[in-house]
Design a protein around this ligand. Structure first.
Ligand code: SF4
Length: 293
């Protein structure tokens, strides 16, 4: 991968941001890799020499590592910090380094945005359930709870004072939905099967499995109802209601009887947020991305 320095950062900063300590240990896949798209992983590997990244883009990942380091240095006797566990299934060794394990289960640190805390992230649910699976199979430890300690880099005090649904502090412990043992086992088996299939397809130069909507961070199209005072006046900025289908939006309007108020439906077009060069570096090599253009 070619690293650029478009913002003329000084050498010590470039060196600090260049450091990459990521390892998956002696395993076929780490949990982080396994829960993510096999298409992205394989395209990254194939086109590694053609990829470009600006050094400034590594800032948040390095900040995340720093936050991990701070918490790691202050753990107690009753917890296990940064232990890498290994489990073999269907011929593959799967590993995961869990930030913290206490008597209740795994805890993962995230240096993230307020948006990620407010909106449910299925990736977090997948990751923490995969860690519970690892603990159960590697150490016979049954989890009672799954947690994320979220450090929000864009938290705003004023917003927290004025908005009830906004996180009240820049750091928060979030409980993550825990699946049954069977669901965890099934999920892991499916993910391993998918990644193994993708490897074989790549080797045979066949089509790679497509990224799912969850992997593409898809925001579906929605339909917002907006009021107008007259047929020709501008619609209100704020939507009265937002629906998932046009039928529901039309039904809502047809059932309203507010005299003298006009309504219109604004279509908010959906988006595959990750399918963009800024988020997915392999986009230019991806047939699925091209097909969507
Ligand atoms: S561009 Fe989109 S579809 Fe293609 S690999 Fe990236 S996330 Fe997946």
């Amino acid at each position: 991968m070619r690293i650029t320095n478009h913002h003329n950062l000084s050498t010590p900063i470039v060196k600090a941001l260049s450091k990459d300590e990521y390892t998956r240990g002696a395993s076929h896949r780490s949990i982080t890799q396994l829960i993510d798209s096999p298409r992205i992983r394989i395209l990254r590997e194939r086109h590694w020499d053609d990829l470009t990244e600006d050094i400034s883009d590594r800032m948040w990942s390095v900040l995340g590592t720093a936050v991990h380091k701070v918490f790691e240095d202050h753990t107690g006797d009753d917890v296990i910090s940064e232990e890498r566990l290994f489990v073999e299934l269907d011929g593959w060794v799967i590993s995961g380094a869990i930030d913290l394990q206490d008597s209740e289960g795994p805890i993962d640190y995230k240096c993230t945005s307020v948006w990620s805390v407010i909106h449910d992230k299925i990736e977090w649910e997948n990751q923490l359930n995969a860690y519970a699976w690892l603990m159960r199979h590697a150490k016979n430890r049954i989890s009672k709870r799954l947690r994320i300690v979220a450090v929000m880099r864009d938290w705003n005090r004023r917003e927290s004072q004025n908005n009830e649904s906004y996180p009240p502090a820049p750091i928060q412990t979030l409980d993550i939905k825990m699946w049954t043992d069977d669901q965890q086992d099934q999920y892991m088996q499916n993910r391993i099967g998918l990644h193994q299939y993708a490897e074989q397809a790549s080797f045979a130069e066949e089509k790679l499995p497509l990224c799912t909507d969850a992997e593409r961070w898809t925001r579906p199209t929605t339909y917002a109802i907006k009021k107008r005072a007259t047929p020709k006046s501008k619609p209100a900025k704020k939507a009265l209601r937002v629906f998932k289908t046009m039928e529901d939006a039309e039904k809502f309007i047809s059932e309203r009887h507010d005299n003298g108020v006009y309504h219109e439906i604004e279509t908010r077009k959906g988006l595959h947020t990750r399918c963009d060069q800024d988020w997915c570096r392999v986009a230019e090599f991806c047939e699925q991305w091209k097909d969507n253009q």
